[in-house]
Design a protein around this ligand. Structure first.
Ligand code: GAL
Length: 663
């Protein structure tokens, strides 16, 4: 790639040594990864003059968190810049600038907010080979931040510094091919309310034909061995242990499952697909059906994947000139004369669509917002909560993602009317309204709150009957976004458990796009292993966000590893926490129901690293059998510690079981 040398030669000092100067924005910026938009050369990411804390700068690089640029230092001797959040964003952002050299942190700005004065970077680079410039979201999971590297430049002699293409490792598939032996996969614990319709598909892999049997079902439930579906409803609250078995020509297996009839749903984190990360507003009936078909044809259904969720884009945008979305396919009155919400013309028959999904043993989800409009500018549920919940229930919906979009206005109004009300009460209000509306339904509808983790939602999400709540802003398919979200979930960890889950947002593997055109995820293979491992370790809801009709073998391997899925779906429901290491080389541990422990050795560095953890840090004693979870292979016994080499941005996911036990 051609490098633009942006400037001049300057005399560094009065000695004979002459250094050239190269501006950061003069590097090949196609190599810069950033969360949103295009890098601005001498401009902010939105094209304005670079301005930090009311001071404008004539040159520099305007980027957007999370940003990531790897540089070959070559002959550079010094790097200088003034960094900070650009003033152009009206809602206050927060960012952190980190510069590291050969894996060591050289500069860390700490959290910088919109309006803060720029911080100065002045780093000698002698001896440094690779420099990494990063901007993170500063840990709040909000990636709306515009970050400037003002007056950023290198002094160099000889070869100028050069932006580096990220080295992408080969996409190795660690997940072994599906075994011909029968295996019962996915969740082992299920919750339903008394009298509510139950639909549980029994996911089994192995050579066909497989004879699947379910026994000890509570009164009201029956099993259809052709469709592998348990259905019916149970009137009497209680905990019911049922036995599921599968037999084929190669062997047989059985598992004990638990069905709790009470007030809890989602005893394990929901697993499914959501349309947003792939189609954005370009969703339609055919795409939803195609996703359900792909769950069956690609075999995902037999690994425990259950929900097919429509996100924003199924409702209408109104008729007047002021309708918030200009896409004709969504025009039209948003409700009928009775106030019932109307789907747009891309969804001609909601009953038929939900029936299509249910007929495959899958469940179906929908999306709405407590404001007048959703973020995509179609009808929200404001003032129609009871009616919308009843409509969703009537359509046969099993899951509702409830956003915050355009509710800000109502919140401001409520704040003015109740100046003394507690912040939390006002933030909870729209979710309480929809909770009550959902409670009034005969149907179980999983309730997913999507207000970006505001006001420590993990502390009160369960009080509004939420089964899951987003803990962050939107994820994107960049290492910066995924890793800064995934590694910052600990704050909420104590609040995860059966029936209530922290949701770090949907998966960004496979072909994504947020609109009509899809492209492969920008995450490297190692980063994708990190992504899925981290979500599984976090007991996170797993919602695939890609085009399921274009699944490649690597992506399928990521999504069908039953031992990884078992970690996510473990009925104990503990969210992993960091037990050893630091922010760069981290060890996370998650206790499992059978007394074993899953550990993730994560390397966030640019170089391979050996990462270790001792039994002391894990609270273990005695020899442990170690199993590599991705390759599903035992790697031997370890006496008092485990130590593995982990590739850059990669992971080793292990399971430790006391030696001598059969687990
Ligand atoms: C956002 C939400 C996304 C998606 C989008 C739809 O607020 O975080 O996940 O649902 O709205 O407009």
């Amino acid at each position: 790639m051609k490098i633009t040398l942006a400037l001049t030669s300057i005399a560094l000092c009065s000695s004979l040594a002459i250094a050239d100067e190269l501006r950061l924005a003069g590097l090949d910026l196609t190599k810069l990864e950033q969360g949103w938009g295009k890098p601005g050369i001498d401009k902010s990411v939105d094209g304005h003059a670079l301005t930090i804390g009311k001071t404008s700068f004539t040159y520099g690089l305007g980027s957007h968190a999370d940003a990531y640029l790897l540089i070959d230092v070559n002959g550079a001797t010094r790097f200088r810049a003034k960094v900070g959040a650009d003033d152009e964003v009206d809602r206050p952002g927060s960012v952190e600038f980190i510069v590291s050299g050969d894996g060591k942190t050289l500069f860390r700005s700490g959290t910088m907010r919109t309006g803060d004065a720029a911080k100065q970077i002045d780093l000698p680079l002698a001896g440094t080979k690779k420099l990494l410039l990063r901007v993170t979201d500063a840990g709040d999971g909000m990636n709306y931040d515009h970050a400037d590297w003002a007056e950023a430049r290198f002094d160099y002699t000889g070869a100028p510094p050069q932006a580096l293409e990220r080295v992408i490792e080969p996409a190795v598939i660690f997940t072994p091919p599906v075994s011909p032996m029968p295996r019962i996969n996915g969740a082992r614990a299920f919750g339903a309310r008394p009298g509510a319709p139950v639909l549980i598909y029994v996911p089994v892999t192995g050579e066909k034909p497989i004879d699947v049997k379910v026994s000890d079902l509570p009164e009201g439930l029956s099993f259809d061995p052709e469709r592998h579906v348990i259905s019916g409803s149970v009137a009497r609250p209680g905990t019911y242990r049922i036995s599921v078995s599968a037999k084929n020509a190669r062997g047989d297996t059985s598992k004990s499952w638990r069905i709790e009839i009470g007030d809890k749903l989602s005893l394990t984190p929901p697993m499914g697909w959501n349309s947003w990360n792939v189609w954005g507003m370009a969703i339609d009936d055919a795409k939803v059906r195609a996703a359900a078909d792909a769950f069956v044809s690609a075999g995902l259904i037999d690994h425990g994947w259950t929900y097919i969720n429509m996100d924003d884009g199924w409702a209408r945008t109104g008729e007047g000139e002021d309708r918030p979305n200009k896409d004709k396919s969504m025009f039209g009155p948003v409700r009928d004369a009775g106030g019932r919400v109307l789907p747009n013309r891309k969804f001609p028959d909601m009953h038929a669509l939900t029936g299509y999904v249910h007929a495959r043993g899958l469940k179906i989800g929908i999306y709405s917002s407590p404001g007048e409009w959703t973020c995509g500018g179609v009808a929200g549920s404001l003032g129609h909560e009871a009616s919308d919940a009843a409509t969703f229930s009537d359509w046969g919906i099993d899951y509702l993602k409830y956003d915050w979009c355009s509710y800000g206005r109502e919140y401001d109004r409520a704040r003015r009317a109740n100046p003394d009300a507690s912040e939390r009460v006002l933030r909870m209000a729209p979710y309480v309204l929809m909770r009550d509306a959902l409670r009034a339904q005969q149907r179980d509808i999983v309730y997913s709150l999507c207000q970006y983790g505001d006001n420590q939602v993990w502390e009160w999400g369960a009080d509004v009957d939420g089964q899951l709540w987003r803990t962050t802003g939107d994820i994107s398919d960049s290492w910066g976004s995924m890793s800064s979200i995934g590694f910052r979930q600990e704050k909420a960890a104590p609040h995860a458990g059966p029936g209530h889950w922290n949701d770090p947002d949907m998966l960004v593997v496979g072909k994504v796009g947020w609109g009509p055109n899809v492209r492969p995820t920008r995450l490297t293979p190692n980063e994708q292993y990190t992504h899925i491992s981290l979500w599984a370790m976090s007991s996170a809801p797993m919602l695939i966000g890609c085009d399921l009709t274009q699944l490649d073998r690597f992506t399928l391997g990521l999504l069908t590893n039953d031992e990884v899925i078992d970690i996510d779906q473990d009925p104990l429901g503990k969210q992993a926490t960091r037990v050893a290491g630091d922010e760069v080389h981290s060890v996370y541990a998650k206790p499992l129901e059978d007394g074993s422990i899953a550990i993730g050795l994560f390397n966030r560095d640019e170089e391979p690293a050996t990462i270790s953890v001792s039994w002391h840090d894990l609270g273990l004693s005695g020899a442990q059998r170690a199993r590599d979870v991705w390759s599903q292979k035992d790697i031997g016994e370890r006496v008092d510690a485990v130590s593995e080499t982990v590739p850059p941005h990669g992971v080793k996911l292990l399971k430790l079981t006391p030696a001598g036990t059969s687990k």
